[in-house]
Design a protein around this ligand. Structure first.
Ligand code: HEC
Length: 96
C-alpha cells in the first residue's frame, strides 16, 4: 500500500469509526475480490496497467466499460453496473 492509500484508509477509518480489518467502502472490498490479482493492492504493483496512470483522466463511463467489457489482455469482469461504479469511486479516492 502506498503512503497515500494508507493515509486514505486511516482517514476513512477515522471518519466511519470502523476498525481497520473491515472493508470501509463497498468499492474497496469489490476491488479486493475482482481486481487485486492483476492490479495489486495499491493499483500500481500488479501486471495490469498502473491505475494511477489512467484513472485521473478517464470518465466514469470509460472506467465502468473497461471493467464490464474488458480491454486488450484484461478480461470482462462479471459484476453489476453498480458494483463497477462502487469500484470506480474507490479508485477515484485513491487516484484523484
Ligand atoms: C486477469 C487480470 C485482470 C483483472 C482481474 C483486472 N484487470 Fe484491469 N487490466 C489488466 C490488464 C492486463 C490490463 C491492460 C490491458 C491492455 O491494455 O492490454 C488492464 C487494464 C486496466 C485499465 C486501463 C484500461 C485502459 O484504458 O487502458 C483499468 C482502468 C483497469 N484495468 C481496471 C481494472 C479494475 C477496476 C479491475 C477490477 C474490477 C480490473 N482491472 C481487473 C488485467 C486485469
Amino acid at each position: 500500500m502506498n503512503t497515500r492509500a494508507f493515509a486514505l484508509s486511516i482517514s476513512i477509518t477515522i471518519l466511519t469509526g470502523c476498525s481497520e480489518e473491515e472493508p470501509t467502502v463497498p468499492g474497496e472490498a469489490l476491488y479486493a475480490v475482482h481486481c487485486i490479482a492483476c492490479h495489486g493492492s495499491d493499483g500500481i504493483s500488479g501486471h495490469g496497467t498502473d491505475l494511477d496512470d489512467v484513472v485521473p483522466s478517464a470518465s466514469n463511463e470509460e472506467l465502468t466499460d473497461v471493467i464490464t467489457f474488458g480491454i486488450g489482455d484484461m478480461p470482462a469482469i462479471d459484476i453489476t453496473d453498480q458494483e463497477a461504479l462502487d469500484i470506480v469511486s474507490y479508485l477515484r479516492a485513491l487516484f484523484p
